[in-house]
Design a protein around this ligand. Structure first.
Ligand SMILES: [Cu+2]
Length: 117
């Protein structure tokens, strides 16, 4: 009977330790940085900035600030947006390093580049 009480109090101690540990872990998560994100504006038939260099894991969001529809299409078909009307957005998360040239399929002279390191 005495042994059981001892085990029970030990279990309670472990439970408290676990709660404290979980609490500490929670505050560490809060301190972590949000995943990197960057915005490219589409305006006046151009991507701005036209070339960007970002770390792996970055989400790039293109926003059409033009009053003309545009698309964002990777040369290598890695990503492809639908036709974006004014103020519409397209996002892609780059999980692998490399150079990703892209263009607007409506106006192929519009080009840009994302370099992922
Ligand atoms: Cu276009």
């Amino acid at each position: 009977m005495r042994m059981r009480v001892c085990i029970a109090s030990l279990a309670v101690s472990i439970l408290f330790a676990a709660i404290l540990f979980a609490g500490g872990k929670g505050s560490t998560v809060n301190a972590q940085q949000a995943p990197p994100a960057i915005e490219v504006k589409i305006d006046n038939f151009s991507f701005g900035p036209a070339a960007i260099t970002v770390p792996v894991g970055t989400t790039v969001t293109w926003t059409n600030r033009d009053d003309i529809p545009h698309t964002v299409v990777s040369d290598d078909k890695v990503f492809k947006s639908k036709v974006l009307d004014t103020e519409e957005q397209f996002s892609y998360t780059f999980s692998r390093p490399g150079t990703y040239p892209y263009f607007c399929s409506v106006h192929p002279k519009m080009t840009g580049k994302v370099i992922v390191q």
